[in-house]
Write a protein that binds this ligand. Structure first.
Ligand code: GDP
Ligand code: MG
Length: 186
């Protein structure tokens, strides 16, 4: 079974741990230690293929900025999370996205990435509209989904979207490789 190293990134308190734990253990913990960063494993089936997802739930500790490069370097797929109730957490994602592109030295076309607007159950506290995020994400070329770790809305769909994207981007790479081999033979 292939392993996929997935990294969950984003500001503190947006629900990175909550959505990871919802996905892996199907529970919602109201208060989770914000300094805990941990790795979780779960088997995922996509298009009849099984993968071992290794999910790195990152945290905003002091040493985090330096550590983030390391997490990104080791990661293969990236979930960039903000909270729909906080505009600044959305704005901060641009820098995270740029850091992923820089550290991996890859274009968006090659990198499995997903923007996740969490806490969608808190509609009355919404500060970022889905239309606005859609526009920005279309400009970046990165897909976007809204989730709720509390109600379990779109949580497994988000992880599946990311794995599907990874499969597609890997197979594109294989096709390109094969094409270049053919060219060399010719
Ligand atoms: P992290 O710092 O990004 O890991 O955020 P946490 O997962 O620790 O969540 C921060 C706070 O937001 C906690 O009090 C969670 O219970 C709450 N939270 C997380 N996800 C949701 C959600 O989808 N809906 C609501 N209403 N609260 C959430
Ligand atoms: Mg956390």
């Amino acid at each position: 079974m292939n392993n996929i190293k997935l990294v969950v990134l984003g500001s503190g308190c947006v629900g990175k741990s909550s959505l990871t734990i919802r996905y892996v253990h199907n529970e919602f913990i109201d208060r989770y230690d914000p300094t805990i960063e941990d790795m979780y494993r779960k088997v995922i089936e996509v298009n009849g293929n099984h993968f071992m997802l290794e999910i790195m739930d990152t945290a905003g500790t002091e040493t985090f900025l330096a550590m983030r490069d390391l997490y990104i370097r080791n990661g293969q797929a990236f979930m960039l999370v903000y909270s729909i109730t906080s505009r600044s957490t959305f704005q901060e994602l641009e820098q995270v996205k740029d850091q992923v592109l820089r550290v991996k030295d890859q274009s968006v076309a090659r990198l499995p990435m997903l923007i996740v607007g969490n806490k969608s159950d808190l509609e009355s506290d919404r500060m970022v509209s889905s239309e606005e995020t859609e526009k920005v994400c279309a400009k970046w070329g990165i897909p976007f989904i809204e989730t709720s770790a509390k109600t379990n809305m779109n949580i497994s769909t988000a992880f599946e979207l990311l794995v599907r994207q990874m499969q597609r981007k890997l197979s594109d790479k294989d096709k390109k490789k094969k094409r270049s081999v053919v060219c060399q033979i010719l």
